[in-house]
Design a protein around this ligand. Structure first.
Ligand SMILES: Nc1ncnc2c1ncn2[C@@H]1O[C@H](COP(=O)(O)OP(=O)(O)O)[C@@H](O)[C@H]1O
Ligand SMILES: [Mg+2]
Length: 371
């Protein structure tokens, strides 16, 4: 068992800059956890503290229940794959994979068996006698992973391992790494700034901003129930529309004023929120994913917004429509492409309360309904 736990961990660099604030995060044995966030949010710092390459300013780092803050990187038995694969160019693939075991002075027979086992798992067997110079980028990546895995580490850390690869290979390697992790069951912490990578690979995803963990959840939960406007805007592509809204002081159930128009939420039973009257009063921002904009015919008059088409982008069967709402607010909608829209055209779009997100002044989402 190798559960990893950060307990109130802070990182302050010698120049006084605090890169990680009060981090509390537990990673289960065998889990694939992805850390994601914009550049500079503290992902690499966190990973390097885990690997022992960076000191921890305060708080505790636990591996399998033991405090390892002061344990030498090598004693932690954690494997890290860097962006540059750093393979030995003069050694064969087999020599590269066997190297860590030879350094650990394992018996020759065991070295061979274990290297072969890992090579098989990563489908590197046919390449064992090749030198790295003759391998593709993806193959080199796999050799680097094999070399890390052969030591049977308690955890496997990867910091943006795919950023040097072209788009097509990246998608392929993404699936390969995820599949490999499921086969080995090795606890894995994977860092990326790419939310699509995070959402497709992780059992859970930890979203960071400015050195602060915002939310850690399954991809589904992050998407369905973002805790704040940052996570809401960061997860999903294209980004969620975040539009100023306020509660209309009127009877007949919650009504929001959005871009100068009134949107009826019904009795609150149709939304994903526990919309008490007091909660509804706190709404200052409405979140709407571009793909959740619906046909105005499907909703009542009291659930429509009107705007002028500023721009459209055709994407095969769909189109991205950039709308300027009545008060000038920009709304991005992903609509079916069958209806051709021209710039300048006035259109209505439908709002389905069940798909809305609602936020309060401090950016936090309103309380979601249970279950
Ligand atoms: N050695 C250092 N000294 C001072 N500040 C640093 C150092 N290393 C990183 N930082 C700063 O800490 C913040 C987090 O960096 P990093 O963990 O590399 O972010 P990420 O990997 O999410 O892009 C950044 O603002 C970065 O400039
Ligand atoms: Mg980084």
């Amino acid at each position: 068992m190798a559960e990893i736990a950060f307990r109130n961990v802070n990182k302050i660099y010698p120049n006084g800059f605090q890169a990680v604030h009060r981090l509390d995060l537990s990673i289960a044995d065998g889990e694939f956890l992805v850390m994601v966030g914009p550049s500079g949010c503290g992902k690499s710092t966190t990973l390097r503290m885990l690997a022992g390459l960076e000191t921890i300013s305060s708080g505790d780092l636990l591996i399998a229940g033991h405090r390892v803050n002061d344990l030498h990187p090598r004693a932690r038995n954690i494997a890290m794959v860097f962006q540059s694969y750093a393979l030995y160019p003069h050694k064969t693939v087999q020599g590269n994979i066997e190297f860590p075991l030879r350094m650990a002075r394992l018996p020759a027979a065991e070295v061979k068996t274990r290297a072969l086992e890992v090579a098989r798992m990563l489908e590197l067997e046919p390449l064992l006698q090749r030198k790295p110079g003759l391998l593709s980028g993806g193959q080199r990546q796999r050799v680097a992973m094999a070399r890390a895995l052969v030591r049977d580490p308690v955890a496997f850390l990867m910091d943006e391992p795919l950023s040097n690869l072209d788009a097509k290979l990246r998608v392929q390697m993404r699936a390969e790494i995820a599949a490999l992790q499921r086969r080995t069951g090795t606890t894995t912490v994977y860092v990326t700034h790419d939310q699509v990578e995070a959402m497709t690979m992780g059992d859970r995803v930890a979203v960071f901003k400015d050195g602060l963990l915002q939310q850690v959840d399954t991809p589904q939960q992050l998407f369905e129930r973002p805790v704040n406007t940052f996570v809401a805007g960061f997860i999903g592509s294209p980004s969620m529309n975040l539009i100023t809204a306020r509660r209309e002081p009127a009877g007949g159930g919650p009504v929001l004023v959005v871009a100068g128009e009134r949107i009826s939420l019904g009795k609150g039973m149709e939304t994903r929120f526990n919309l008490t009257d007091a909660d509804a009063e706190r709404v200052v921002c409405l979140g709407l994913r571009p793909e959740d904009v619906v046909d105005p015919q499907l909703v009542g008059e009291d659930r429509r917004l009107h705007g002028r088409v500023a721009l459209t982008e055709l994407l095969g069967r769909e189109q991205m429509v950039y709308l300027d709402l009545r008060d000038g607010t920009r709304l991005v909608a992903r609509l079916h492409a069958d209806r051709r829209l021209k710039a300048g055209e006035e259109i209505a779009v439908g709002i389905d309360p069940a798909r809305l997100y609602l936020f309060q002044a401090d950016g936090r989402a309103l309380p979601y309904r249970q279950g």
